[in-house]
Unconditional design. Structure first.
Length: 118
């Protein structure tokens, strides 16, 4: 089973922000990060509820595949219209053959508004 942890569970609405995700293979007894296959893309979905249509879709901006690390870059326009509340966050690894591997499912909060723009 593949799982992940995030560096944060919230961000300011309208901020520049990078969400870092570490992907692990729970079946690997060595405790090493999951090596992300070169053909896989990581997709982040933010929705009101896990069963709802996503209101925000992002592909990882940067990958450290050997270390199992994903970087999702948010710009102010990505979140400026979102409500200040908690959302369901899912991250999957997807390839061109249609394989979708769930990696992370949890809550993610948009808090306040960033008056400084960064």
């Amino acid at each position: 089973m593949i799982t992940a942890s995030t560096t944060s569970s919230w961000m300011y609405r309208g901020s520049t922000f990078t969400l870092v995700v570490d992907v692990f293979d729970e079946g690997d007894q060595s405790g090493e990060n999951y090596i992300i296959p070169g053909e896989d893309i990581a997709v982040l979905r933010l929705s009101h509820a896990i069963t709802d249509t996503p209101i925000l879709l992002k592909e990882a901006a940067t990958y450290d595949r050997a270390e199992g690390r994903l970087y999702f870059a948010f710009e102010p326009e990505d979140t400026e219209d979102l409500l200040t509340k908690g959302y369901d966050l899912t991250i999957t690894l997807e390839n061109s053959n249609g394989r979708i591997t769930p990696v992370f499912q949890g809550r993610f909060g948009i808090v306040g508004i960033n008056l400084g723009g960064e």
